[in-house]
Design a binder for this molecule. Structure first.
Ligand SMILES: [Fe+2]
Length: 364
């Protein structure tokens, strides 16, 4: 709620009832006018030609209306009052109250039955929202009681967004196969990693459905990369290196050469951790000054040691009909060595589509 306002030459000073105040520049407020003339309500797109706005525009008149829920402004270049809501202004405060993420950072002991959800519940309206909430909170879920065919993967993927095409196709099936170029097809242990460090936009979610299992071993391993970041934050120098050195990833094969680079801990412009990328298999060669290079090796050693510590690893043998879904920007995945037959189906989903379905369902 707005308590009072003051018109200044270049801005509007707004004091809110929770004692927070801010100066909103005229040009910024005018640019965000959401009346019919300046904003297309249907497409949610700006109509204002911002570059053509008068740089000397000023507020002719302003008043608090509707019990402090809105402020009405008459601009020097328009005839009608334009309304701005308290909610909109507070959402755009410079000194914003830190956003509270609904993540639970975890070690294996923190994971209980909450990550197991039945297929029929997940595809129901209420159950789907609960599933999304848990997937967002922990970074992974296991959907049980699935039919062991690719259609299951397709149905779940299309509830969330759509299947992403990649060098591995859209929906894929695989068994251990020595002829394939990628490490994912071997029976040897796969240490925790994230997929597609060679892609500029790594897949947001990965789905893995167990279709057949007649083997010993082969546990799926999940590690919370955000938890590792939290642990390593105490070691300033290590954390800095992992947050700043852009590590190249490379994929060569199947008629493509894919390359990308980013830090192991990528932060957004608000300095919040937004992505963990770590794949020692796909790391490409690069050099830095020797001193920094040696520190980099020390940093990835610490990271990898934590990722391989048993208390950081949630382990579970997927049985036929169980689908593991995880956030590839946060959770590292691995698989224990196995002997026998193991057949999986899966796909990727883009991060923006996962975020979109979360926003639509008010998960964050
Ligand atoms: Fe992988």
């Amino acid at each position: 709620m707005i308590e009072n306002i003051k018109i200044l030459p270049d801005s509007l000073h707004v004091k809110f009832k929770n004692d927070i105040d801010d100066n909103f520049p005229n040009i910024w407020l005018r640019d965000h006018a959401k009346d019919d003339k300046n904003w297309d309500q249907r497409s949610h797109q700006r109509k204002t030609f911002t570059a053509k706005l008068d740089s000397n525009l000023f507020i002719k008149e302003a008043s608090i209306i509707e019990n402090g829920n809105y402020v009405n402004i008459l601009w020097s270049d328009s005839e009608k009052m334009i309304k701005y809501s308290t909610e909109f202004l507070q959402k755009n405060l410079i000194k914003k109250v830190a956003t509270h993420h609904k993540y639970s950072l975890w070690k294996s002991k923190d994971i209980n039955d909450q990550v197991y959800l039945k297929y029929n519940d997940v595809v129901s309206d209420d159950g789907f929202k609960f599933f999304l909430k848990n997937l967002y909170e922990y970074g992974f879920c296991v959907i049980t009681n699935c039919k062991t065919n690719m259609e299951t993967v397709d149905v779940i993927a299309n509830k969330i967004g759509y299947v992403r095409q990649s060098i591995f196709g859209g929906l894929w099936e695989f068994e251990s196969n020595e002829n394939m170029a990628d490490s994912a097809y071997t029976q040897e242990e796969l240490r925790p990693h994230t997929d597609s460090t060679y892609s500029k936009d790594a897949p947001g979610l990965q789905l893995l459905l167990c279709c057949d299992y007649d083997a010993t071993g082969g546990e799926s391993i999940m590690v919370d990369g955000f938890k590792i970041a939290e642990t390593l934050k105490e070691q300033k120098e290590i954390f800095e290196i992992l947050s700043n050195v852009e590590v190249p990833g490379k994929y060569v094969g199947d008629g493509v050469i894919l390359e990308a680079r980013r830090p192991i801990f990528r932060h957004n412009s608000k300095n919040e951790l937004s992505q963990v990328s770590f794949n020692n298999y796909d790391r490409a060669e690069f050099r830095m000054e020797n001193e920094l290079m040696l520190k980099f090796y020390e940093a990835i050693t610490q990271f990898d040691n934590l990722a391989n510590k048993i208390e950081y690893q949630w382990r579970h043998i997927l049985k036929p009909g169980e689908l593991l879904i995880f956030n590839n920007w946060r959770v590292l995945h691995g698989r224990g060595s196995f002997q026998g037959k193991r057949k999986m189906a899966g796909c990727y989903i883009n991060m923006e589509d996962f975020e979109s379905i979360c926003k639509i369902n008010n998960i964050f």
